[in-house]
Ligand binder design. Structure first.
Ligand SMILES: Nc1ncnc2c1ncn2[C@@H]1O[C@H](COP(=O)(O)OP(=O)(O)OP(=O)(O)O)[C@@H](O)[C@H]1O
Ligand SMILES: [Mg+2]
Length: 507
């Protein structure tokens, strides 16, 4: 008998099975990966274990005993701690308050003891080697990666025996991904069970001992991660079909016309004089180490930050005053934090996709329902959205499918210029392929795309050209033969010997 067993678990939502007779068994000392396409049922299974959902059928055994888990408090009593896929912090509370919420120490007079709380938080940070977060900062104000670390520490502070990490790496900065993989190993070595979900195959290979694969809400098998592991086979088990490479054929469609030009664009300390040209039909990647101004650059172009310097769109100088202004000027952004910024969670997929294009769909006073339905269907197909139907509520979708809706919503406006921030975060391998294909199709249609990715492989395999940012400037522009993983990494750390003020020119 395994240390943790989920046996014959079934769970339906509104009559649709999210899980059907699924089995998962894990042992102490192992990092166990759970793999599957977007919507396969991974989060649902772990929410059953964590007491967030009741299964319709099945039983759970924890360390040899049948466990009765009716709610998250019960789960905690069995030593189960879950870092959920969707972040669940309270933005107005401090980091320390969020971590110890419900457990904030009190003074002998019955007031909250903030001094002690602060000390506890710093001790926790020290224990887990975290130094980039201010315990007193408002949780809503820290970076996405820091928020994810906060949520991880919140769970670890309860000392769980079974640690569930549901796509916890997807929002982390690169160095913190390695940190979490090491931490998972350490926890397993200390005799705990770690259940690890990720769509990044490299993390599974490097960090996990066994893999259980779900396909369409059913159990597809369990495999050890060893030298015999064939990732192509794993992907076939996940998708139910073979897939060769998920990277697209790159056909250079870069046109002569410059769609976007930046001259000495500056914003505070984040952007220190960015010069670049983006051509029509070009997919221009943005790389570099975390926090070199990439995110700020996209946000500035979307009117979130006021900048100095010059921005020319199709040769005309423009000021982008706000996101609304950006949209009116034909600029679309796929943002970093999608759940919160991007969707009306309590409304349907159809509404979410069509609302930004409502003007286009309206003639006179009437919205053309037929056009709306066509638009929604088109993007649900292109992005392979898995849902009960177009009216399914956004909050009922799996994490990856929510991401797809955000993307669909932006694409459906048919912007003139596309800004993309890590579009494949949380997206399964099958859909990655669809998304990359879509990016290339946009280029073929002549659209300029600014493609920011923290994944170097993606930059090399999807873009026509990549600029590397360092210290708020463009440090290198790589194309064709020079566009390699090594050159991107080299330029990121300044190993190319350049000072970081390269004038960007079409290579
Ligand atoms: N609260 C809910 N109401 C209705 N349907 C739901 C709910 N939660 C999940 N589902 C459905 O159950 C299925 C499985 O979703 P789940 O979130 O478990 O997928 P997942 O494997 O975690 O995917 P992802 O990789 O995208 O996170 C999906 O079809 C989803 O739409
Ligand atoms: Mg999920």
């Amino acid at each position: 008998m395994a240390d943790l067993e989920l046996n014959h678990i079934s769970k339906a939502f509104n009559g649709n099975y999210a899980l059907s007779d699924v089995t998962l068994s894990c042992n102490r000392g192992e990092v166990h990966a759970l793999l599957g396409e977007n919507g396969a049922g991974k989060s649902t299974l772990l929410k059953v274990l964590a007491g967030a959902y009741h299964p319709d059928e099945g039983e759970i055994k924890v360390f040899g005993k049948t466990a009765v888990i009716k709610n998250p408090t019960d789960a905690m009593r069995y030593g189960i701690g879950c870092v959920y896929q969707e972040l669940s912090f309270i933005p107005d509370l401090s980091v320390a308050e969020n971590i110890f919420i419900g457990r904030i120490p009190k003074t002998k007079f019955g007031n909250f003891d903030y001094k002690k709380l602060r000390r506890m938080t710093l001790e926790l940070f020290e224990k887990y080697d975290v130094d980039e977060i201010d315990p007193d900062a408002k949780a809503g104000m820290i970076s996405l990666s820091q928020k994810q670390i906060m949520e991880i520490l919140k769970i670890l502070s309860k000392d769980p025996e079974i640690v569930i990490l549901d796509e916890a790496t997807s929002a982390l900065a690169e160095n913190r991904v390695q940190w979490l993989l090491r931490l998972a190993r350490k926890l397993a070595d200390a005799g705990k069970i770690v259940i690890f979900i990720s769509h990044r195959m490299a993390e599974i290979k490097d960090g996990c001992d066994r893999i259980t694969i779900l396909r369409n809400g059913t159990y597809a098998g369990t495999l050890p991660v060893d030298e015999n592991l064939d990732m192509d086979e794993v992907i076939s088990m996940m998708l139910g079909r073979k897939m060769s490479s998920y990277f697209p054929e790159i056909e250079d469609c870069t046109r002569e016309e410059v769609a976007l030009e930046l001259k000495n664009v500056t914003y505070g300390r984040a952007l220190r004089g960015v010069n670049l040209k983006l051509h029509k039909g070009e997919v221009l990647g943005i790389g570099g180490l975390a926090g070199q101004g990439q995110a700020e650059l996209l946000k500035a172009l979307y009117g979130v930050y006021p900048t100095e310097g010059e921005i020319l769109l199709n040769g005309k100088p423009i000021r982008i005053k706000s996101p609304k202004d950006a949209i009116q000027k034909g600029i679309g952004l796929v943002p970093e934090e999608r759940g919160i910024q991007g969707l009306f969670l309590n409304l349907g997929i159809d509404f979410n996709i069509s609302i930004p294009s409502i003007e286009k769909l309206t003639s006179g006073l009437l919205v053309s329902r037929r056009k709306e339905a066509e638009l929604v269907e088109k993007y649900m197909n292109v992005l392979a959205v898995k849902a009960a139907g177009p009216q399914a509520l956004a909050r009922e979708l799996s994490g990856g499918n929510q991401q797809k809706i955000v993307m669909a919503k932006i694409l459906s406006c048919e912007p003139e210029l596309l800004l993309m921030h890590d579009i494949t975060r949380g997206v399964d391998v099958g859909t990655k392929k669809e998304m990359f294909g879509l990016v290339r199709t946009l280029a073929k249609e002549g659209k300029p795309v600014l493609f920011f990715s923290t994944d170097v492989e993606e930059l090399v395999n999807v873009c026509d050209r990549v600029i590397v940012m360092r210290d708020g400037k463009v440090a290198a522009s790589l194309k064709l033969k020079t566009l390699t993983k090594e050159n991107i990494i080299g330029a990121s750390i300044g190993a190319d010997g350049k000072g970081g003020d390269t004038e960007d020119e079409k290579a």
